[in-house]
Design a protein. Structure first.
Length: 173
């Protein structure tokens, strides 16, 4: 039996997800009314957003709700015969470090001087690539941005642009 804090707010537990199903688990847990959190960071070697703890999610399960059978979730992690309770404040600490949905690692620039972040959708405003849209893949901290341009020659193309020539279309997905 779970012991809840006096305020009635359920504690954070650790759930094991199916491999590469963290996003599916988050979506389906939300449908059940369960708060789920999967910390993410930008992996430079893979050049994409990646989960910090693959195949795991922090969950806050309301009393009386079962997550067993939820698509993407395998089970709650156990410590002996009881569920693995996440220490108070750990999830809040991860959430507090996030910048636009990503946790900074290795001192990489998540936001540059122009307010641009990795994952943002932008439009090129001047130059040979004017009016083309794409997604920011990398910020170099020197005013240059690596973009993944959409539908150029019927395929995605990467290019380096000056950050001053970009206009934000939408925030991080």
């Amino acid at each position: 039996m779970r012991a809840y804090p006096p305020q009635g707010v359920p504690p954070w537990w650790l759930a094991r997800t199916r491999p590469c199903h963290e996003r599916i688990a988050e979506t389906n847990l939300a449908r059940l009314g369960v708060t789920a959190y999967v910390p993410r960071f930008y992996d430079r070697s893979r050049k994409r957003r990646t989960v910090l703890f693959p195949s795991y999610a922090f969950v806050r399960v309301p009393f009386g709700v079962s997550i067993y059978g939820c698509k993407g979730v395998r089970h709650l992690v156990m410590m002996g015969e009881s569920q693995a309770k996440v220490p108070d404040g750990l999830v809040d600490a991860y959430r507090g470090r996030e910048v636009n949905g990503l946790i900074p690692v290795d001192g990489e620039p998540i936001i540059n001087d122009y307010g641009l972040t990795i994952g943002m959708r932008v439009k090129v405003t001047s130059g040979a690539l004017a009016n083309l849209q794409g997604m920011i893949e990398l910020l170099d901290g020197k005013g240059r941005v690596k973009l993944l341009l959409d539908a150029m020659f019927n395929r995605a193309v990467t290019t380096l642009c000056d950050a001053a020539t970009l206009e934000v279309v939408s925030a991080v997905a």
